[in-house]
Design a protein around this ligand. Structure first.
Ligand code: HEM
Length: 246
């Protein structure tokens, strides 16, 4: 079951409706279990039947059926209605593939930062005189059909099938540069991006404003930006509002 609001175009099933459906479901489960009390041996009964049977045994703090139901709801929903933690990130390979594919098509620094060679060198038959200003066109390398199938398509799956990472060891994929001047904060940047995106996706459904199309056209510059700013509306999808204030 898809838990949370589902976004289909502009039609959205509200979280409130799903909670009501779930509440009814829990009521039915409770009802059927109450009817079973006394009909099964202690060995045969499940955890819910056990709770219903013993709920009045502690005279000082007897449990009501409502207590039992909320305990059951906490147990079933507790794992879903929670926040993203750093330890979850290694369990999200598809999200990591999405980050890699986004940086392939839209590298933050499309020409890296300018480098300067301290010695004259010959590269692929070309002489590069000492003190040249060198730009590496990562944007073009990342879309080179010699290295990428359907290079202009957004296909995160390609990164599930290869072992490319951000360390600059393979010259066809260099979103953080390579060598001695590689980005100094790759690990931090990777975690920050993944953590923020995972949290935003987990906690909200994202809806485009009415009539707005999602444009990925870029404005070229030393730092790559979207030509038209992205506007997306967050719709809370966690049932416990306290999780938004933590
Ligand atoms: C997704 C986020 C980021 C991307 C895509 C990125 C990408 C890059 C790239 C392409 C370079 C140039 C490498 C080269 O020319 O070979 C670079 C350099 C650098 N980055 Fe990042 N970066 C990111 C986040 C960060 C963050 C968060 C920090 C610091 C908190 C940082 C610190 C640096 C530093 C200090 C350099 C210069 C390294 C040097 O010249 O020795 N970067 N980054």
């Amino acid at each position: 079951m898809m838990w949370g609001a589902t976004v289909e175009g502009e039609e959205r099933t509200s979280l409130g409706n799903e909670l009501k459906t779930l509440d009814l479901l829990f009521d039915r489960v409770m009802e059927s279990h109450v009817k079973m009390v006394g009909k099964k041996t202690e060995e045969e009964e499940d955890f819910l039947q056990y709770l219903i049977r013993v709920k009045d045994e502690d005279e000082k703090a007897p449990l009501s059926l409502t207590h039992v139901k909320s305990l059951l709801m906490d147990m079933v929903l507790g794992g879903v209605d929670t926040i993203v933690e750093e330890s979850h990130l290694p369990k999200l390979p598809y999200l990591q593939a999405v980050m890699k594919e986004t940086l392939r098509l839209h590298p933050t620094l499309p020409l890296l930062v300018p480098h300067r060679n301290s010695e004259t060198s010959v590269v692929a038959g070309y002489t590069v005189p000492k003190d040249s200003k060198i730009f590496i066109n990562v944007w073009a390398i990342h879309r080179d059909p010699k290295h990428w199938d359907e290079p202009n398509e957004f296909k995160p799956e390609r990164f599930l099938e290869n072992s490319l990472d951000f360390n600059g060891g393979d010259f066809k994929y260099l979103p953080f540069g390579s060598g001695r001047r590689i980005c100094a904060a790759i690990n931090m940047a990777e975690r920050l991006v993944l953590f923020n995106i995972a949290s935003l996706l987990h906690s909200f459904d994202w809806v485009a404003p009415k009539g707005q199309k999602f444009e990925v056209e870029e404005k070229f510059g030393l730092v790559l930006k979207l030509k038209s700013p992205l506007v997306a509306i967050p719709v809370p999808r966690l049932s416990d509002p306290k999780l938004y204030t933590a």
